[in-house]
Design a binder for this molecule. Structure first.
Ligand code: ATP
Ligand code: MG
Length: 511
């Protein structure tokens, strides 16, 4: 390519606000089929490794349906070095003839590179193009663009990276990479920078990056990894797994098949990704990416036990409250004086309503409850207690939804609702019974709860400030002080309708 300044001619002619996916580009502009696309996606899920190992930007160019040129399908920047492109090339079009190296790699199905670096915006860039093959089908070309400004005389680490990168690109050009394999759910997906080991054809460690070496020091290896058999040295350090395994670790780490593994001992846990390398006719060892996941796994274990502990606490609080309620109930049976008895029954109910919240919390993973469930169970409980006490049949129902509430809102709100339901059942109706509806409305930043009954209404001259007994003063304290909200009591609806409406309005911190 004779030009020295390509500059902005590379940019897409349009900028769409959404960067197209490789799927979009394949569908819009190419003749590639679903299997080709799946292969490309598999490649893209791993090409960060190649970008990192070669300190280079990668751009996947896909052949236009009408053979007019190539479309930018995907792009990857290195995390180990400077980028060669500030701009996005996905969606860009390069006509045939514009970039000789792309055409060469595509037409001749071979890796093409040029001797002299290309200059782009005053940055020297070395370009190499790699045909992407799946079986015998040619899917596109990867351009590997190395920003030479950032490259010092290569160290042993860099040489080892570059060698492995070139093995991988050769494998891409003959359809041997990517390697389909079963990803693990727990995969910690190690990256090049996390730890790099290169083994040779007989499984000896040829190079280990400082991070890989540190991980092994942590596992208990006093000496150098280089020169050791990777599988043997690892199995000598780690514990034999307690559970069933699909294959012995020594076989996984021999590096003959693409695998992921996690191993460790008391001191450390390491995640590994094994990529066998066969750039030419012969197997040539493996690339192993390692990541020290000791802290990660430790924190996960702690989190699991913390969640379990919180649930267990709620479970026990609920049990204790139920025990208290049962004791109070026993006591109330022994008391003869009706007023004292009623007071004890009420205490049973109040304790019970808090127990319901804790029971619900003991089933959840976080400190939030689905309050609809709580409200429905409270309605049931209050109705039952009312029936036991000989009240008329009252139907309770709920409309609307409370949504999820944090426990510091749920507990006081459960008590408020209990008192309001109890009042309706106790005071609103005669022998015929009636209906109570709880309506919940979740609005931006607040929750509105309305308790309606179709009973006789509040007594004449009712003054919510002074007429309240213990029940309403509990409710007022909880709503105004605990929940920072407002409560109003009044007649339900317009003329002709009887009944009481209690409206509770509380502010919500949105989660
Ligand atoms: N839904 C209602 N329908 C009719 N009257 C009601 C209703 N809710 C409350 N009241 C009236 O308001 C009064 C005060 O209620 P409050 O809950 O404070 O006390 P209480 O229910 O009498 O006793 P407790 O302390 O056991 O709750 C009630 O005695 C009743 O006269
Ligand atoms: Mg009351």
């Amino acid at each position: 390519m004779g030009h020295s300044h390509r500059g902005k001619r590379w940019l897409p002619r349009y900028y769409s606000p959404v960067v197209p996916s490789v799927r979009d580009v394949v569908r819009l502009h190419t003749d590639l089929d679903e299997d080709d696309l799946a292969w490309l996606q598999l490649l893209l899920s791993d090409w960060q490794i190649i970008a990192d190992l070669s300190f280079a930007d990668l751009v996947l160019w896909l052949p236009d349906r009408d053979g007019r040129g190539f479309w930018g399908g995907a792009q990857m920047r290195p995390t180990t070095g400077p980028t060669a492109f500030v701009d996005d090339l996905v969606g860009a079009f390069v006509p045939t003839g514009r970039r000789q190296l792309l055409d060469t790699a595509f037409e001749q199905r071979r890796i093409a590179r040029e001797g002299d670096p290309e200059w782009r915006d005053n940055v020297p860039v070395r370009v190499e193009t790699i045909p992407v093959l799946r079986g015998t089908s040619l899917l596109g070309v990867i351009a590997r663009n190395t920003n030479l400004l950032g490259i010092r005389p290569p160290s042993r680490l860099e040489l080892s990276y570059l060698q492995t990168a070139s093995d991988l690109t050769r494998m891409i050009s003959v359809g041997r990479f990517p390697q389909p394999f079963e990803r693990r759910e727990w995969s910690a997906s190690p990256r090049v920078g996390d730890g790099f080991v290169r083994t040779d054809a007989v499984g000896m460690v040829a190079y280990a990056s400082p991070n890989a070496q540190s991980a092994y020091r942590r596992l208990g290896l006093p000496g150098d990894l280089v020169g050791e058999s990777f599988a043997t040295v690892t199995t000598s350090l780690v514990d034999v797994p307690a559970g069933p395994v699909d294959e012995p670790l020594g076989i996984t780490l021999a590096g003959l098949a693409p695998r992921e593994a996690e191993f460790g001992n008391e001191e450390a846990t390491v995640a590994a990704r094994v990529i066998p390398l066969q750039p030419g006719a012969e197997y040539d060892g493996a690339l192993v990416l390692l990541r020290d996941v000791t802290e990660l796994r430790m924190r996960e274990r702690e989190l699991i036990t913390k969640d379990a502990t919180i649930r267990e606490i709620h479970h026990r609080v609920k049990n204790n409250l139920q025990t208290v309620a049962a004791l109070l109930r026993l006591q109330s049976r022994r008391v003869l004086e009706p007023e004292a008895r009623a007071a004890l029954d009420e205490a049973v109910r109040r304790v019970g309503s808090i127990a319901i919240v804790h029971e619900t919390l003991s089933h959840t993973l976080d400190e939030h409850v689905d309050f609809d469930e709580v409200a429905d169970r409270l309605g049931q409980m209050v109705g039952e207690v009312g029936r036991d006490a000989g009240a008329a049949t009252v139907h309770t129902s709920r409309s609307g939804s409370f949504g999820r509430l944090s426990s510091d809102v749920a507990t006081p709100l459960a008590m408020v609702l209990t008192e309001l339901l109890q009042n309706a059942i106790q005071h609103a109706f005669g022998a015929d019974g009636g209906r109570v509806d709880v309506h919940a409305l979740r609005l931006a930043g607040r929750l509105e709860v309305i308790v309606d009954d179709d009973g006789r209404g509040l007594p004449a001259g009712f003054d919510p400030g002074t007429s309240g007994h213990l029940g309403l003063s509990i409710v007022r304290t909880l709503v105004e002080s605990e929940l920072g909200g407002l409560i109003t009591l009044g007649a339900r609806g317009t003329e002709g309708e009887t009944g009481t409406r209690v409206r509770v309005d509380i502010p919500m911190r949105e989660s």
